[in-house]
Design a protein around this ligand. Structure first.
Ligand code: CU
Length: 414
């Protein structure tokens, strides 16, 4: 029975993988026929592509783990139940491993971090190029860095389990792999800075959020290598240092991606511009607010402040740290309040915003070649033909400072 289930599961997996591969090949060939080769794809699309693969591989594991957990709770199995109790209630089964649950959960949980942030990385790369009026620095390096981050993301789940009694040798391997993710992340960061360098920067609201994303990504990411050291992680585990780290990078940085994308594509979606002064107020309050919330958390965590405790009044030294908590709470309320500016701007601009032209940001990618808002099926039945790469800004000899992907080729940069 067990062996049959294995064979059926593996057969279903192989069939799915085969269908996915066929779909990828036919779609790629279709795109090629219209000039859109993989290396002419905007980095936003590359990031979504890799995110989709991560989603396929990671969520399946979470789903399986969830089904096993439900069976443990309801059907009398014992995948994760070590002794005869579940939540303090005696059950008739035992012999499972809670560590198995941790492994399955984090095999999903770590790639999930990249599922949240890769799309923001892709679209912020795109925005930095558009609003610096420069080609993205190192397009191919950016693509390979996304692929490397996606691949390494599946190798490092054990860094969430240093405290589980893991062998120091395994911990060392997970630690080295985790440090390895720093390499493609640094490549991306330097390329973002290289894109900004000497650009004719336009500080429109999508660009502010894209730059804010880079800032938060660096500041949130830099504490990753600290936490990747088992010896430091054993001290910092369950402290607010961890909260500060992952909220900055996975929470706020990704949310900045969502805001950047909304301000950028709103005109295309609704045919109207969002209000810039409101957008900039929203940016500055959120940007300063995010730092005001999460920077003090690092100190609170290093001083030993623990997560998941509603009060620390019994413990003297936690009492002394209470003003930090109070400051964080006030900063959080102010930052949350600032989000109502965004909500108001969103709905107000749909009705009252100034009318948008087809290509308000003077960008090069395909969505800006079609009408605003786009016709049914996006291109009115005419699939555009692509002649250029996605980041042809300040091209020498071109009539404008940008060459759209559908324009006749001026240079053969890609
Ligand atoms: Cu992780």
């Amino acid at each position: 029975m067990g062996a049959d289930l294995w064979i059926i599961s593996i057969a279903i997996f192989c069939l799915g993988a085969l269908m996915g591969a066929l779909n990828f090949i036919t779609t790629t060939l279709d795109m090629r026929a219209k000039g859109m080769t993989l290396m002419r794809m905007p980095l936003t699309c590359w990031a979504w592509f890799v995110t989709a693969i991560l989603g396929l591989l990671a969520f399946g594991v979470l789903l399986s783990a969830g089904i096993l957990l439900l069976m443990d709770r309801n059907l009398g199995t014992s995948f994760f139940v070590p002794l005869g109790t579940v939540n303090g209630v005696l059950t008739g089964h035992k012999g499972g491993s809670p560590l198995l649950w941790q492994h399955l959960f984090w095999f999903f949980g770590h790639p999930e971090v990249y599922i949240a942030i890769l799309p923001a990385m892709g679209l912020c790369s795109q925005l930095l190029s558009v609003f610096s009026r420069k080609p993205i620095f190192g397009y191919k390096a950016m693509v390979y860095a996304i692929l490397a981050i996606g691949f390494l993301g599946f190798m490092v789940w054990g860094h969430h389990m240093f405290m589980s009694g893991m062998s120091p040798y395994s911990a060392f391997a997970f630690s080295i792999m985790t440090m390895g993710i720093g390499v493609p992340s640094a490549i991306k960061t330097f390329n973002w800075l290289g894109t900004l360098w000497r650009g004719k920067i336009r500080f429109s609201s999508p660009m502010l959020f894209a730059i804010g994303f880079v800032s938060l990504f660096v500041v949130g990411g830099i504490s990753g290598p600290f936490l990747a050291q088992p010896v430091l992680d054993i001290y910092l585990h369950e402290t607010y240092f961890v909260i500060a780290h992952f909220h900055l990078i996975m929470g706020v940085a990704s949310i900045f991606g969502i805001f950047a994308a909304t301000y950028y594509w709103f005109p295309k979606m609704f045919g109207r511009m969002m209000n810039e002064p409101l957008a900039k107020t929203h940016f500055w309050l959120t940007f300063i607010g995010a730092y005001a919330i999460f920077m003090p958390m690092h100190y609170y965590g290093m001083a030993g402040g623990l997560r998941r405790y509603s009060q620390g009044t019994e413990v003297g030294w936690i009492n002394q740290l209470w003003p930090i908590q109070r400051f964080i709470s006030i900063a959080a309320f102010v930052t949350i309040a600032a989000q109502f500016i965004f909500v108001f701007n969103l709905f107000w601009s749909m009705k009252k915003g100034k009318k948008a032209v087809d290509n308000p940001w003077e960008a090069t990618t395909l969505e800006w070649t079609t009408a605003t808002p786009p016709p049914h099926d996006n291109f009115g039945g005419l699939t555009p033909v692509v002649y250029n790469g996605p980041y042809e800004y300040s091209v020498p000899g071109a009539p404008r400072d940008y060459v759209m992907q559908t324009d006749a080729p001026v240079t053969a940069r890609h």
